[in-house]
Unconditional design. Structure first.
Length: 799
């Protein structure tokens, strides 16, 4: 080791001791003789031995997101709160340096855009880079080993400010996406050493920040068992049961009258018992201050001590906040919980750390990762690829792809024209570079004129309009790059309109009149009613580009110029602007009813642009080849008995049993090489009425389908895909007529019939009766309750 590195290492060691970071010393430290340091022992036994060495006070101290450790035992402090939504992110446990090494990390697109790629391999690759970079940060004592990602609440209501953090609205899509993601973050289902610990959040029924006086910290989601199992639970089941995620986060909202962090039905009966999530070794954290919120503002318990005891007993193991640390001592003194419950929570936390090798010294794989493994050329290419794969072409009159020559002047108008950090969205880290549209336009060699203005404010005499007009007049080709961003959709902030904001449509239509052939690029996650753009013959093309990350501008211009062919698909429904007047955010039901036109593509058919929309620069046809199956093969119309489907499967969970693999031959009949996302929807008359319009049951992305050639997409259907959810939450196979339909405007169709008696694949544990409190819904003004204890008097009514 050179002197310089020795000095740096000693300084880092000293700083680690000061901040309490670093690893326990299992060689010379006080724990060296404790079983926790015995690498041959089982993780559970190791964590149990560690906790047995704690005093009562030490146990009570280590219950919060900032845990002091036990200096007496040489156990360092540990911060549980790290974020990594689309790259290692700025958060309490992550420490970017001011310059040089560790001053940045790869910044991928927001999940909403990566979801639009419908490419699970891409997601696995992205997550592998994120976990690699997280480990490098950890090795330099700049981050812990658990990360509070992913956010997999389905993006059901187009107003939700946090929809950008999710892969979209469809529960099957989310489940499949998150399975690949956790695989990449953790390094497989049950590796000896996890790469990092992932955390599925927010469990569950959370998809509203602030609507009509209802705040996320206190509102109560009323969800029946059918909607819960069918829509709100699948992504979490995928996390717990099928992906073995290390951690869960309970949410701010209550569910059917019970704060989720104090609900044993959710945290014990469903999560740990029904889904078999390893009871002793995986942990639940609360959302930040959600434990406090049980008491204030909810008043769910009469005292703070009762609230913390109830959360702990229910199965919340870590409190993001300080309520456990402050009030568990009093609760214990009052005899409100048994010490074994606290022991169990601590064992769960620390066996999590055992499983990432926290106690195992430098022999642990990943300990040799350094800053040279961060933002490598391959990771940069992957960030670009992820953005390109997600971008969806929504309108094209043939103008795209277009040649942009050096002899041209191109004009960029709109408030995303020179985007930088805007491209990252929320829960971002520090990117190595931010190549926005203006940067990328300049790389084309053309002259670039720019008016970085936020819409037209409806008045053509304004300065913004003058700037835009000047640019338009100079341009051979004009682009409008706008939409929405974190100023209108964000955590804590749901949208109040799903029309284009800030009179952008007015400016777009005037610019299109001036410069026919205008290309519009729509940024942001949430639905925007683009009818006027779609119907305007002077607008040649509309691209949706979400939040595209560090190389977003390059991705946009690569698509525009045809360097990359677009194949992304909308992961959400784009609704008409008046949709939000038809259903309150607080209505959690999916099916249409008197005050609800139906939610998501499964139940609503008046979309401006449906889920799955995405045009290409070429044409595709598809046919379903002879399928392969345990039950023989057949094409066209076939009949199966339910009995034959359910016998002979050895899966632990019956719904995982395979039904058939449909081999879909996809042919590129046009002249441009392109990716193609094969979407498989199930439709038909079976199970409880009403029937969904259709339901995604399989997807796969084909890469580089050459012009004039074919590739095969294997769509695997299991019994869960065939099943419907009964009123009581049971997952059931029903007799009836089924059709598998390939793509939105179906390119191919296979019909089959199931006969016999309905068969229950999964008996849903019945919930306790809902407990609705008078203060479930608030009307009128309400100050923020986060982090303070001021209770504001409000009038309350049930909607
Ligand atoms: O006080 N803060 O700075 C603060 C910041 C974010 C915050 O939100 C919560 O914290 C995140 C923890 O992962 C959850 O996804 C989110 O619901 C809650 C509190």
């Amino acid at each position: 080791m050179s002197l310089r590195y020795l000095v740096v290492a000693i300084a880092a060691q000293a700083s680690a001791q000061l901040t309490g970071r670093g690893f326990p010393d299992c060689v010379n430290g006080p724990l060296s003789n404790n079983t926790v340091c015995d690498t041959s022992a089982e993780p559970l036994a190791r964590a149990t031995a560690l906790i047995a060495a704690f005093t009562l006070q030490e146990k009570l101290n280590n219950t919060g997101s900032t845990s002091p450790g036990v200096p007496r035992l040489g156990l360092p402090a540990y911060t549980w709160w790290q974020e990594a939504l689309h790259g290692v992110a700025s958060s309490p446990g992550v420490n970017f340096s001011d310059s040089g090494d560790y001053s940045y990390a790869t910044s991928f697109p927001q999940p909403i855009l990566m979801g639009a790629a419908f490419d699970d391999e891409l997601i696995r690759d992205v997550a592998t880079v994120v976990s690699t970079e997280a480990r490098a940060f950890n090795n330099d004592q700049r981050a812990g080993l658990d990360f509070w990602t992913p956010n997999i609440n389905p993006f059901k209501d187009p107003r939700w400010g946090r929809g950008q953090e999710t892969p979209g609205e469809d529960p099957f899509h989310l489940s499949s996406y998150v399975h690949a993601l956790i695989d990449g973050l953790q390094g497989g289902y049950d590796p000896k050493y996890k790469r990092i610990m992932a955390t599925c959040k927010h469990f569950t029924g959370y998809d509203m920040e602030s609507w009509n006086g209802n705040l996320r910290y206190q509102w109560d989601a009323h969800i029946n068992s059918q909607d819960l199992v069918e829509y709100y639970m699948p992504s979490f089941q995928s996390c717990a049961r099928d992906s073995n995620v290390a951690a869960f986060m309970c949410s701010y909202n209550s569910l059917n009258g019970r704060p989720t962090c104090a609900d044993p039905y959710l945290l014990q009966t469903v999560l740990r018992e029904h889904w078999g999530w390893t009871e002793e070794q995986q942990w639940v954290t609360s959302d930040c201050d959600a434990v406090q919120n049980i008491y204030l503002p909810r008043g769910y318990n009469d005292t703070r001590e009762a609230a913390v005891a109830q959360a702990l007993i229910a199965g919340t193991d870590v409190d993001c906040g300080t309520y456990f640390q402050e009030f568990l001592p009093g609760a214990y003194a009052q005899g409100l919980f048994d010490i074994s419950v606290l022991d169990q929570a601590l064992v769960r936390q620390y066996s999590g750390l055992v499983r990432v090798g926290y106690f195992d010294g430098p022999s642990v794989p990943y300990r040799n990762l350094t800053f040279s493994d961060v933002n490598t050329q391959a990771s940069q290419a992957l960030a670009l690829k992820a953005a390109e794969e997600g971008i969806a072409l929504l309108k094209n009159d043939g103008a795209l792809p277009m040649t942009i020559g050096a002899n041209m002047t191109i004009g960029l108008v709109g408030d995303w024209a020179n985007a930088t950090t805007q491209m990252q969205g929320n829960y971002a880290g520090i990117a190595p570079y931010l190549h926005g549209p203006y940067y990328a336009a300049n790389q084309t060699g053309a002259k670039v004129a720019i008016a970085n203005v936020p819409g037209g404010q409806g008045d053509p005499t304004t300065d913004n309009w003058r700037k835009a007009w000047t640019v338009a007049n100079q341009s051979d080709q004009l682009f409008y790059i706008g939409g929405i961003d974190n100023t209108v959709e964000l955590e804590g902030n749901d949208r109040v309109t799903i029309a284009w904001t800030g009179a952008q449509l007015d400016m777009i239509s005037r610019l299109a009149e001036l410069k026919p052939g205008l290309v519009v690029v729509q940024m942001g996650a949430g639905s925007l009613d683009s009818s006027a753009i779609l119907n305007n013959p002077n607008i040649s093309a509309l691209l949706w580009a979400g939040y595209p990350g560090q190389d977003g501008g390059t991705a946009i211009f690569n698509i525009i110029t045809g360097k990359t062919a677009p194949a992304g698909r909308l992961p959400t429904t784009m609704y008409p602007a008046n949709y939000i007047a038809q259903v309150p955010m607080t209505d959690m039901s999916l099916r249409p009813s008197t005050n609800n036109p139906g939610r998501t593509y499964q139940w609503y058919d008046k979309a401006v642009l449906p889920f799955g929309t995405g045009l290409h620069y070429t044409n595709f046809t598809a046919s379903v080849a002879t399928p392969t199956s345990r039950y023989g093969s057949a094409n066209g119309s076939t009949t199966y008995s339910i009995e034959s489907l359910t016998t002979g499967c050895n899966e632990t969970y019956m719904d995982r049993c395979p039904f058939r693999t449909f081999a879909v031959d996809v042919t590129n009949t046009g002249s441009v090489c392109s990716d193609y996302v094969t979407l498989g929807y199930l439709t038909g008359s079976f199970g409880p009425t009403p029937y969904p319009l259709k339901r995604l049951v399989a997807y796969t992305r084909l890469h580089d389908v050459q012009a004039g050639s074919s590739q095969t997409a294997n769509l695997v259907l299991d019994l869960a895909s065939l099943s419907r959810v009964a009123d009581n939450g049971d997952r059931v196979l029903y007799p009836g007529d089924y059709a598998l339909m390939i793509d939105n405007a179906p390119l191919a169709m296979v019909n089959f019939t199931l006969t016999g008696e309905a068969y229950t694949l999964d008996h849903w544990p019945q919930p306790p009766e809902p407990v609705y409190q008078a203060t479930d819904y608030f009307v009128g003004g309400f100050g923020s309750t986060y982090g303070d204890e001021i209770m504001v008097n409000v009038t309350s009514t049930m909607l």
